[in-house]
Design a protein around this ligand. Sequence first.
Ligand SMILES: C[S@@+](CC[C@H](N)C(=O)[O-])C[C@H]1O[C@@H](n2cnc3c(N)ncnc32)[C@H](O)[C@@H]1O
Length: 263
Amino acid sequence: MNRPFSHTLARVLSEHTGIHHDPDRQYLLESRLSPLLKTFGVSSLEELGSLLERTPPGREPWLSVYDAISTGESYFFRDRQGLDLIFSTLLPESHVPLTILSAGCSSGEEVYTLAIFRNLRGFSVPLGLEGIDLSPGQIRKAKEGVYGPRALKLLDRTVIDRFFDHDGSVYRIKNFLRENTRFSQGNILSLAQDRPPLSVDGILCRNVVIYFGEEVRRKAINEFYCLLRKGGFLILGSGESLPDGGSPFVQESHDGTIVYRKI
Ligand SMILES: C[S@@+](CC[C@H](N)C(=O)[O-])C[C@H]1O[C@@H](n2cnc3c(N)ncnc32)[C@H](O)[C@@H]1O
């Protein structure tokens, strides 16, 4: 039988993670979080919500909750048009190293995709690639860099042979591709507090804000804006958008791909 919907839990999750849960998605909270109740000595989702409310984020039971609520679906070369654009047009000519952040990087496919592009394009400027995700479990997987065939479904054989070692039924990222990649657990909603301002040149935040309510999207805009250097870009997933046209970012359309630019 379903437990009653916990409004406290839904509110606390939305405030801390951005991820919005409606009462009609009760089954999701129920199925993902009920297994944690015993571990943390509480008897209902409402009690779990109160416990989370009293606990600073970044420690248990938050970390287990992040793992449980993370929808980590990802694959290599996803939304390829935006990726082509980054290397053909968006990254500036530069004599100093550049950095792209994958915000909500899941198990690393997006960061390693950028690393593959960096390699295929012979990009000459040192380009650091960073991934953050709420879920420590996803970050562990990203660091391991081991994937099943589903994650590689858009890659052709030559790309697979060049960048992966085939190991039984899985594919392992080759070591040279890990150069200048970094992964850490982190929250989009506290980016500006956790990292130096003006420290990145581009942000990919794809297939993440779709789970956020409108107010949280506004907060995310501020975090991204503080982090980006002048001229930097933000790309969301196709079909995702920001309130108020993303202001103060300026929207550009490149053959249908929307880019939010800090000018
Ligand atoms: C569907 S995956 C998208 C992965 C990748 N960006 C892509 O497009 O393939 C969404 C990821 O966003 C993460 N996420 C959700 N809210 C987040 C937040 N507030 N801060 C950091 N990561 C978050 C989830 O844990 C999940 O791994």
